[in-house]
Design a protein around this ligand. Structure first.
Ligand SMILES: Cc1cc2nc3c(=O)[nH]c(=O)nc-3n(C[C@H](O)[C@H](O)[C@H](O)COP(=O)(O)OP(=O)(O)OC[C@H]3O[C@@H](n4cnc5c(N)ncnc54)[C@H](O)[C@@H]3O)c2cc1C
Length: 441
């Protein structure tokens, strides 16, 4: 299994970060005129299956406006993205601030794409396979070797200078390598990085949330455009609180806010806004749903009073039902009236308006935990970034060993940012691994 003396870079995992690392390594070796092998060891029967599943099969592979502050471990990611940019400037001899280096990487592979809402980038062919096709074609052309059905179980670092890494596989085979890139994703085995590297157990996030079911059961499969705030007992605020929510949060502190679509399910809530909040949610936290985001909180009562007056022309009695008809779907209106303690058919008095405004602007749901882990898009946790060099992804205590992508404790909201990180960290690690092979370390 590749135990000859030829310099070898072993990439463990043939997903997004692994393929980017392998291509970047092979390109750097070719540019330096160094003869070395780049081998991708993939546990699955084929490389890139994880890429095919992204973006509902369309692969939202990046974002037009990537900023480090959307990521967990912002400073580390910021340094990594800045380094990638510096490398691009150094290679071209000019500072191309306008060109994102990850986008340039894909343009060089031949991928065309288009921008959709909120800067999301999708391949022009609208199929994830189009992203994988260009990656595999260039990898083949650069003589990257794919070894599939090879699950790495342990990596032993060289015990003295001049020795090589020993990569052990589930079937008992062992491969030797001069540099290793661990790109095994969010559930990467801890043993792939030598002991002592700080690590936290990954937990699935960026998925649906389970909440109290009494309310949501009645709303199953209903979608609403709204704003949602997450309030909890602990946790740092990641945005500014806005609106009515403060009064409704019962002593909790503000954590995060999202605008977009929420899909009610019989177990809780789903949709992109909820996925993004799930990165910060803990059991016991409160979701406060603003069902009327177009009306500022301070104006909501006035808005409802005016509406009540308008609908009550010619002495007509206005019920809660009347007031919400044409504003919300009937099932949602029912839930709001119940939350406000009002009966649908009872006349709505002036005195009822403040409670109705609160229920509309801060409809509460208690979080019970994450929903189905299979729907979660990333894992939070893994290898702590403090143990790695942000410019190379090399482990501080283990020269030649790199960890990239989701295996590191980096995650971001929906929008192409997670894949962007996978490519960016993979490219940095691949280039550095090539330098190690070149230097004969
Ligand atoms: C359903 C879904 C949709 C998503 N959609 C998007 C999206 O549109 N945009 C976006 O930015 N992000 C999206 N993500 C997140 C994105 O897919 C990940 O952030 C990204 O794939 C992480 O890249 P990675 O290379 O670190 O891990 P992965 O892509 O998961 O690759 C890891 C690879 O390593 C292999 N492997 C694991 N263990 C071993 C081992 N021991 N030995 C050898 N190989 C091993 C795995 O089989 C896999 O091929 C989505 C995720 C999911 C689940």
């Amino acid at each position: 299994m590749g135990n000859d003396a030829k310099k070898t870079i072993a990439v463990l995992g043939g997903g997004a970060a692994g393929l980017a690392a392998a291509i970047a390594a092979a390109e750097a070796l070719r540019a330096a005129g160094v003869s070395a092998r780049v081998v991708v060891y993939e546990a699955d029967e084929r490389v890139g299956r994880s890429i095919l599943a992204t973006g509902n099969g369309r692969c939202n592979f990046s974002n037009a406006h990537v900023e480090a502050d959307v990521y967990r471990n912002t400073a580390f990611v910021g340094d990594a993205l800045a380094e990638l940019r510096c490398q691009a400037c150094a290679a071209d001899g000019v500072c191309q601030l306008a060109d994102d280096p990850v986008h340039a990487f894909f343009a060089d592979l031949g991928l065309l794409w288009r921008e959709e809402s909120e800067g999301r980038l999708y391949p022009l062919a609208n199929k994830a396979s189009s992203v994988l096709d260009v990656l595999r074609a260039v990898a083949r052309e650069r003589s990257v070797i794919e070894e599939c059905a090879c699950a790495a179980v342990r990596v032993d670092a060289p015990s003295k200078p001049g020795e090589r890494f020993h990569v052990r596989f589930a079937d008992g085979r062992v491969a030797h390598a001069d540099a290793v890139v661990v790109a095994a994703g969010g559930r990467a085995a801890r043993e792939l990085v030598p002991a002592g590297t700080p690590y936290s157990e990954p937990r699935p996030v960026l998925g649906p949330l389970c909440t109290d079911t009494a309310v949501v059961k009645q709303l199953n499969n209903i979608r609403v455009r709204c704003a949602v705030e997450l309030w909890g007992k602990s946790g740092e605020a990641v945005a500014d609180a806005a609106g009515f929510a403060e009064h409704a949060a019962g002593g909790r502190s503000f954590k995060a806010r999202e605008e977009g679509e929420v899909l009610f399910r019989d177990y809780g809530v789903s949709g992109i806004a909820v996925f993004n909040l799930s990165r910060f949610a803990e059991p016991g936290d409160l979701l406060l749903i603003d069902l009327l985001p177009a009306v500022p909180a301070a104006e909501c009562e006035g808005f409802l009073h005016t509406r009540r007056k308008r609908l009550g022309v010619a002495g007509r009695t206005v019920t809660g039902d009347d007031l919400l008809r044409g504003m919300l779907l009937p099932a949602v209106a029912q839930a709001v009236l119940k939350e406000a303690g009002l009966r649908e058919s009872a006349p709505l008095t002036k005195a009822n308006v403040p409670e109705l405004a609160r229920a509309l602007k801060a409809f509460p749901l208690v979080v019970r935990g994450m929903g189905d882990a299979r729907q979660c898009q990333v894992s939070r946790g893994g290898f702590a970034v403090e143990a790695f060099d942000a410019c190379t992804m090399e482990a501080q205590g283990v020269p030649g060993l790199h960890v990239v992508g989701e295996a590191l404790d980096v995650d971001a909201p929906c929008g192409g940012y997670n894949l962007h990180w996978a490519w960016a960290s993979g490219i940095l690690a691949g280039r550095h691994a090539a330098r190690i092979a070149e230097a004969g370390r």
